[in-house]
Structures are given as C-alpha cells and as structure tokens.
Design a protein around this ligand. Structure first.
Ligand code: AMP
Length: 214
C-alpha cells in the first residue's frame, strides 16, 4: 500500500484498534502517529483475558487492542512527500535521547476526542518525564510541518481495550476497582507491566519507521 500512495485507502475501523479518522481520507494522505511500542509477554495477554471477563460481568464488552503502544502524538495527516522529511526531522531530534524504563500499571479510562470510543488503558507511572521530553521534540517536528501537537497535559498510557461509545460511567467505580485488583494481584504483574522504551516509532499508513534511542 505504501508503495502506491495514490491508491484509495478505505478506512476500516476494525483494522486499527478503534482509532477513528476525524478527517476525510484523500488520495496521497497518510494517517500517521508517533509512539513507543510495547510487546507484551504471553502472561500479560492472559491477564487481559481476566480483565475482559471482569468488565463483561459489569456489562461492558471490550475488544482487545491489536497492538500495544504509548502514543506520543495524535493521529495526524501527512502528505506522501512529507513522510520522509518528517521522519528525518524526528530522527535528528531523537537520536541523542537515551533509552528509558516505563512502568504502566494503573488502569484508567480514556475517551477519544470525538467521544465515539472508550478505551481502557494502563497509565504510565514511571517514565512520564522522559516521555514528556520525547513529546516536546516530537511536537517541534509536528510544528515544523504545521501539524497538530499532542495534548497539553498528556496522560501517557498503553490502551488495552476499546469499545464503541462513551461508556466511562459503566467502567468507573466498582468495576475499575475490581479490574485494578486483577492487575495488582496477577502473578508477576510488576514484571509484566515494565518495559524499556528503546526506540520511537512512526507509523504512516501501514509503514512503520523506527528511531533507535541510545
Ligand atoms: P491511544 O491508545 O493512545 O490512541 O489512546 C486512546 C485515546 O485516549 C485516544 O483517542 C486519545 O485521544 C484519548 N485520550 C484522552 N485523553 C487523553 C490524554 N490526556 N492523554 C492521552 N490520550 C488521551
């Protein structure tokens, strides 16, 4: 798909973990975002199964994310000929950043800007400062290309599940307490929820470009 920028790309929500385009797709425009990838262990996925069944017990049917990451930008639209210069700008700004530890173990409910999707995520409790430093550099690159910057007060997190609609109220309260208990009491959860951010990735359409940290 990437090699043929003019090909019509249909927006299929099921193919991108509930992310909804808030812009009309046009030929040569690529939905892009910057993130730190999280590659979970098998046991982490088992913990997600438990979370899913607790949420279901509380009447919320969640869909597991297809991949896991910490977003460092919103989804922005890049023209095809901007992709390489944008990634190069990111590379120039990020190549001297050191790798750092992230711990994400606090469940939190998020809603997208359009209030059409609810996400259950694990908020980062260790590594926020370094993530903010990376976001400052990413924001500078976005500004160079006249693109929207990230949230002023970001809550860095790894989304685990999503569902259609604004269902915050059903997930908060007793449900969230019970879900957090699953995380806290899951065997080796302290190990499962910590990982190193050793590269920053930029996804443009289906193509992923990674910038290693030092
Ligand atoms: P993500 O999995 O990173 O796409 O995040 C899921 C949703 O959380 C996105 O649609 C974001 O718009 C939303 N969100 C809501 N509030 C925040 C916040 N303070 N920081 C980061 N993301 C947020």
């Amino acid at each position: 798909m990437f090699s043929d920028p003019d090909r019509e790309h249909l927006d299929d929500v099921s193919k991108h973990g509930g992310r909804v385009r808030s812009f009309r797709h046009e030929r040569g425009n690529w939905a892009s975002f910057v993130y730190v990838a999280f590659h979970p262990r098998e046991e982490f996925l088992e913990m997600l199964e438990e979370l899913e069944s607790v949420a279901r017990k509380h009447g919320v049917v969640l869909t597991k994310m297809e991949d896991f990451h910490i977003s460092l930008s919103q989804t922005v639209v890049l023209r095809h000929h901007w992709i390489n210069p944008f990634v190069q700008a990111l590379r120039d700004r990020l190549c001297s950043v050191r790798r750092f530890l992230c711990v994400a173990d606090q469940l939190k409910v998020y809603v997208n800007n359009e209030k059409t999707r609810t996400f259950l995520g694990l908020e980062v409790v260790t590594g926020q400062q370094q993530l903010q430093e990376v976001v400052s550099e990413v924001d500078k690159s976005l500004q160079e290309f006249n693109l929207e910057t990230f949230y002023q007060n970001p809550s860095f997190h790894v989304s685990l599940f999503w569902c259609v609609g604004e269902v915050t109220n059903s997930l908060l309260g007793d449900c969230l307490l019970e879900l957090q208990k699953v995380v806290d009491e899951f065997e080796d959860s302290d190990v499962l929820t910590r990982f190193y951010a050793d590269e920053i990735s930029c996804k443009c359409g289906n193509k992923v470009m990674s910038i290693p940290l030092c």
